[in-house]
Design a protein around this ligand. Sequence first.
Ligand SMILES: C[S@@+](CC[C@H](N)C(=O)[O-])C[C@H]1O[C@@H](n2cnc3c(N)ncnc32)[C@H](O)[C@@H]1O
Ligand SMILES: *[C@@H]1O[C@H](CO)[C@@H](O)[C@H](O)[C@H]1NC(C)=O
Ligand SMILES: *[C@@H]1O[C@H](CO)[C@@H](O)[C@H](O)[C@H]1NC(C)=O
Length: 247
Amino acid sequence: MKTDLQKLTFIILKPFILFIILSLSIFVFLSIQATTRRPPPAPDSTALPSDLKIRPGYSSYDSYLQRQLNKTLNPKLRHIWTTRDWDRKVSKFAQFFSDLQRRDLISNSSRSLCIGARVGQEVAALRRIGVENSVGIDLVPYPPLVIKGDFHHQPFVDGSFDFEFSNVFDHALYPWQFVGEIERTLARGGVCVLHVLLSRRADKYSANDLFSVKPLEEMFKKSELIEVRSIDGFGLDTEVVFRKIRN
Ligand SMILES: C[S@@+](CC[C@H](N)C(=O)[O-])C[C@H]1O[C@@H](n2cnc3c(N)ncnc32)[C@H](O)[C@@H]1O
Ligand SMILES: *[C@@H]1O[C@H](CO)[C@@H](O)[C@H](O)[C@H]1NC(C)=O
Ligand SMILES: *[C@@H]1O[C@H](CO)[C@@H](O)[C@H](O)[C@H]1NC(C)=O
């Protein structure tokens, strides 16, 4: 009698037990699927330091590039940049670079890169003060001073430069990639100088807004911050200097 009752209980319970085991397996399987299928954490603005904001409104990388190119390719502006603006801007850049030369941050033998150099006024300035081995990159080339290249994917091998300069940090849609590429192509001991705007919002072609130097310190993972000073640089107010200390 007792064994009959046990048998009966088992017969009734069996489907339930099987059901629970099956459900658990499916649940575990689906959870594993979900974790493996999930894309890597998107380097979106929520992952960024709080003093750096990516501007919304770029629906794709292509729409970002189109916007950047729209101004850079403007024939009237290109004419002005290469004629009326030329000497004034080259002279001012030459002053900034001579200052860096005096502080031993750049030498005549430095292999130098200017990022987002447009028509290459900063490259011309470096060459004028004796830094012969200088070149610029921009989405639009302007030979021989500026070759074509996207600063999110610099067209150079690791450790190519001793000095990199840029005043276009605000144009980076992926600032951590902008910085990562600088640290990749700088040699150990190499210097990066950025001119940035902290006191107000930059222009309508900017892709990000920076509110302090702190985000830069966080992104330059292989470098040490060696200087921050106020400048008056074509609408930009702060010069930030990093030295790459490890590969
Ligand atoms: C404000 S202009 C600065 C030009 C130059 N540095 C100067 O001071 O005269 C910004 C430049 O960044 C370039 N640029 C924007 N996005 C870029 C990218 N992803 N890669 C390379 N250059 C880019 C634009 O084409 C433009 O020439
Ligand atoms: C680029 O500029 C032209 C005129 O100069 C304008 O018609 C066009 O809408 C602009 N495109 C973008 C993506 O801003
Ligand atoms: C660097 O080059 C400039 C221009 O050619 C020259 O005047 C200057 O003396 C050089 N500096 C050094 C330290 O050699």
